[in-house]
Design a protein. Structure first.
Length: 366
C-alpha cells in the first residue's frame, strides 16, 4: 500500500468512526461522499478564443485640391506601391498659380535687393553725417518691408507648388486598393471624402480578447504571452493558417463592461489570403508541458464568492478551501493556488457536504 493510499484509507476510517459516533448520539447518519488524493499531472494548457483580422495600416485617399478628375491610374482590388500615381486632377489653374507666384517672387526679390542697396548707401551717408536720422529710418523701413514681401511671396510659391503637386494623387503606402469612388470627369474637393482606401495586407494583425482572469492566472500577463505560448489561427473552413502569429502588444486598457483584455499579434500574409475584418478562431497552447495540480471538475464548487473545494483534514471533517483555477478540460480542473499534492478532497457528492459535519468517505481512484 502506498503512502497516498494509506492516507486515503485512514481518512475513510476516520469518517466511519465519526458517522458511528453521530448515530450513537441520535444524530442523522453521515452523508456518503467520494474522496480522492490530490495529484499533479503533466499538462499542456489549451485555450480557445474568437478573434478577427485587422489591418496594421489603412489609409483613405482624400483629395487635397479641388478639380476635375482627369485620369484614374489603378485597377480596383489591385496591389499598389507607395508613390504610385492613382489619380490626376486638372492642373491648369494650379500651373497658372505657380507661374504667377514665381513672377511675384522675382518682383519681390528685385524690390528687396534695391531696398537693401538703398539702405547700405543711406547708412554710409549717415555715418558721414550727410543723411539725417529720418533718411536712415525711411531706408531701414523700406528694406524691412521689401524683405517681408519677398518672404510672403516665397511662402505663396511653396503653397502653389504644393497644390500643383497634389494634382497627382499618389499612394502613401503599399497595399491593396479598394473601390474607386471618383471616376473620370467628376469634380472633387477636400470635402468630397475618400476616393478610395488602401489597406496594407502584409503583415496583418490578429486581435482577440481574453478574460482578465485568464490574462493574469494562466498567461502570467504579457511576459507569458511573449514566449511561453504558441498561437494557431483556424480559418472559417476549419483549416489551420500556415503562419504562426508573433506576439505584438496588449491593449493599454481593459474592457470594463466585459472584464476582458485584448491582445494583438502580427501575422504574415504574403499571399493576401487574409482580409481585414475576417473572423477566425484562435488556439493558445503552452509550448512545453508542465506539472500542474489537477482535480476532477466534480470536486470544484463555483460560487459568487469564488471557487472552492472541500478538503478532508486529519480529523476526517471536510473544510471549505478557496482555490484559484487555471484552466479546465472535460474532466479535470487545474488549480494554481489553494491545494497541495497529497491532500484529500471530496470529489463526489459536494452538494451533500456541510463544513464541520462528518461524512462517510469512500475512496475514488482518479
Amino acid at each position: 500500500m502506498t503512502k497516498s493510499q494509506f492516507r486515503t484509507t485512514a481518512a475513510a476510517a476516520a469518517m466511519t468512526i465519526c458517522a458511528a459516533a453521530a448515530i450513537g448520539q441520535g444524530q442523522a447518519p453521515a452523508m456518503t461522499v467520494g474522496i480522492s488524493t490530490v495529484k499533479a499531472i503533466e499538462h499542456i494548457a489549451v485555450r480557445k478564443y474568437n478573434g478577427h483580422v485587422i489591418a496594421q495600416e489603412t489609409v483613405a485617399i482624400v483629395p487635397q485640391v479641388a478639380g476635375e478628375i482627369k485620369a484614374v491610374l489603378f485597377k480596383e482590388g489591385a496591389y499598389v506601391k507607395e508613390g504610385d500615381i492613382l489619380y490626376t486632377i486638372d492642373k491648369v489653374k494650379y500651373e497658372s498659380a505657380v507661374a504667377s507666384s514665381r513672377a511675384t517672387v522675382a518682383q519681390a526679390r528685385a524690390s528687396a535687393e534695391y531696398a537693401g542697396k538703398t539702405f547700405e548707401r543711406t547708412k554710409a551717408l549717415f555715418e558721414k553725417k550727410v543723411a539725417s536720422d529720418d533718411d536712415m529710418d525711411s531706408a531701414a523701413s523700406a528694406k524691412n518691408s521689401a524683405d517681408a514681401a519677398l518672404a510672403a511671396a516665397e511662402a505663396a510659391l511653396v503653397a502653389a507648388e504644393d497644390n500643383l503637386a497634389h494634382c497627382s494623387v499618389t499612394a502613401p503606402i503599399s497595399g491593396r486598393i479598394g473601390l474607386n469612388k471618383a471616376t473620370v470627369g467628376n469634380y472633387v474637393s477636400t470635402a468630397s471624402g475618400a476616393m478610395a482606401t488602401i489597406v496594407r495586407t502584409d503583415p496583418m494583425r490578429l486581435a482577440f480578447s481574453m478574460s482578465a482572469r485568464d490574462f493574469a492566472a494562466i498567461y502570467d500577463g504579457e511576459a507569458g504571452l511573449r514566449g511561453k505560448f504558441a498561437v494557431k489561427v483556424i480559418l472559417s473552413d476549419e483549416s489551420e493558417y500556415p503562419a504562426e502569429p508573433v506576439f505584438d502588444f496588449v491593449e493599454n486598457t481593459a474592457n470594463a463592461s466585459t472584464d476582458t483584455v485584448t491582445v494583438y499579434y502580427t501575422l504574415d500574409n504574403p499571399d493576401g489570403a487574409l482580409l481585414a475584418g475576417m473572423s477566425v478562431k484562435v488556439t493558445v497552447t503552452t509550448r512545453e508541458a508542465s506539472r500542474q495540480i489537477a482535480v476532477p471538475t466534480t470536486s470544484v464548487v463555483h460560487s459568487v464568492n469564488g471557487d472552492f473545494v472541500y478538503v478532508i483534514g486529519a480529523d476526517g471533517i471536510p473544510q471549505r478551501r478557496a482555490i484559484t483555477t487555471a484552466g479546465t478540460t472535460a474532466e479535470m480542473e487545474f488549480v494554481s493556488e489553494g491545494l497541495a499534492v497529497g491532500e484529500t478532497i471530496v470529489t463526489r457528492g459536494t452538494h451533500k457536504v456541510f463544513p464541520g459535519m462528518p461524512v462517510n468517505a469512500v475512496s475514488v481512484e482518479l
